[in-house]
Write a protein that binds this ligand. Structure first.
Ligand SMILES: N[C@@H](CCC[C@H](N)C(=O)O)C(=O)O
Length: 263
């Protein structure tokens, strides 16, 4: 059966989005992986299926390009909020997120970050504010769960880290039973410069949840103010958070084209 999809991106983090609110769509690991292949499929960082929801305006399911289904995707949530228009409540595996669509951008309430070692999750108890571990020159990261799991390394120059080589090693370390998204951050005039190796997708031009997790970790360490610009290779996001509150993420969302595929 032919299905229409939208190709959208949030700061170059790119998505294929199916709207299955009226006509159901069955997605599985193999199909998601095949569609995600940039040589033989459509190609994306994440595949999104919009479905009806009993508890919110709509439900959003998320698959990485390796076929794994995951809990959260900040950049795609802004795209879905833009499609929904106005104010929307979006059900995800990480809970219900509130979105407000603007002109080519959206603001999302990303919920409350979690810091418990078993909430990241880690394989054994460690202080998540500063994990006393390291991989080569990368040491003492913070760990935060913002719906999905992140580890954050603060370094002098985020650009100088061999993320393509170290990212998969850290992502698949046995310390992280659900694998992990790997964030490399440096401070730049009160802002944060960030590069992300995404679990299940590799190096991406931006990661919304990575920006949220990194901002929270930096605010927790008192490195930045509670409203901070996070600069990624694909563009910038504004993240606000105060301890005990929910995280707010604001940034662009772009429609690229509409296509059709046989499913
Ligand atoms: N691109 C995303 C994150 C997508 C999910 C992530 N790779 C995971 O496996 O948790 C974002 O913008 O947050």
């Amino acid at each position: 059966m032919k299905r229409q999809f939208r190709k959208m991106h949030g700061l170059g983090n790119d998505f294929v989005i199916f709207d299955a609110r009226d006509v159901p769509l069955e997605m599985d690991v193999a199909t998601a992986r095949a569609l995600g292949d940039r040589r033989t499929g459509i190609g994306f960082d994440q595949l999104i299926v919009m479905e009806p929801s009993d508890t919110a305006d709509l439900r959003m399911r998320i698959w990485n390009s390796d076929g794994s289904e995951v809990e959260a995707c900040g950049n795609a949530t802004r795209c879905v909020a833009l499609i929904a228009g106005g104010h929307s409540r979006i059900e995800t595996m990480a809970g219900i997120l509130e979105g407000q669509a603007g002109d080519g951008e959206a603001e999302i309430d990303m919920g409350v970050p979690r810091f418990g070692w078993d909430e990241i999750p880690l394989a054994y108890p460690l202080d998540t504010a500063t994990l006393p571990i390291g991989w080569e020159g990368l040491r003492d990261p913070a760990a935060v769960n913002v719906g999905n799991p992140h580890v954050i390394f603060f370094v002098d120059d985020a650009g100088s880290v061999e993320l393509e080589r170290l990212g998969p090693i850290i992502e698949n370390d046995p310390l992280f039973p659900d694998r992990i998204n790997v964030n490399i951050a440096s401070l730049e005039d009160g802002a944060i410069r960030l590069r992300v190796w995404e679990r299940g997708a590799g190096l991406t031009r931006a990661c919304g949840t990575g920006a949220c997790a990194t901002a929270v970790a930096a605010i927790r360490r008192k490195l930045v103010a509670d409203r901070v610009e996070v600069r990624l290779p694909g563009g910038a996001l504004t993240i606000s958070w105060t301890p005990g509150a929910t995280i707010r993420m604001r940034g662009g969302a772009t429609h690229v084209f509409t296509g059709e595929v046989d499913l």
